[in-house]
Design a protein. Structure first.
Length: 135
């Protein structure tokens, strides 16, 4: 289970579609291009390509490593506790949801962010009209 969780999260870090990593990279690069920082987006894309090489190398190494008899599920070193298993399940589900329906999550985040902002001030700066000035 741990091997497959590692591989899944490495794939997300690479930015493969249907994972949260893809949405994060797409949103970041879109914002950079929209803000006029095209050179920064190109550097980010090149860095993502370079990072994919070592992330996928680690994933292939984890996938091809044979399970030795001492590492079977019945040994205490290979068991995962309930809390760790639940955390891995939650993180995996969240990564999938962010990759499959990012629009819904983004809308919920934006609506939640409005509750954290201070309400706009209704009174503007004090103004002085001509009748208040003494000659």
């Amino acid at each position: 289970m741990l091997k497959w969780a590692l591989i899944f999260f490495l794939i997300s870090l690479v930015g493969i579609p249907f994972t949260g990593g893809f949405f994060g990279k797409f949103y970041s690069f879109s914002a950079a291009v929209g803000g006029g920082a095209v050179a920064l987006a190109i550097i980010g894309l090149l860095n993502s390509g370079l990072a994919a090489a070592y992330y996928l190398r680690l994933a292939f190494t984890a996938a091809q490593r044979p399970i030795e008899p001492s590492e079977e599920v019945n040994t205490p070193s290979a068991q995962v506790g309930i809390a760790v298993g639940a955390a891995l399940l939650f993180a995996t589900a969240t990564t999938l949801v962010l990759g499959i329906i990012p629009g819904e999550v983004l809308r919920a985040t934006e609506s939640g962010a409005h509750t954290l902002q201070a309400p706009p001030s209704t009174s503007g700066p004090p103004t002085i009209n001509a009748t208040q000035i003494n000659p």
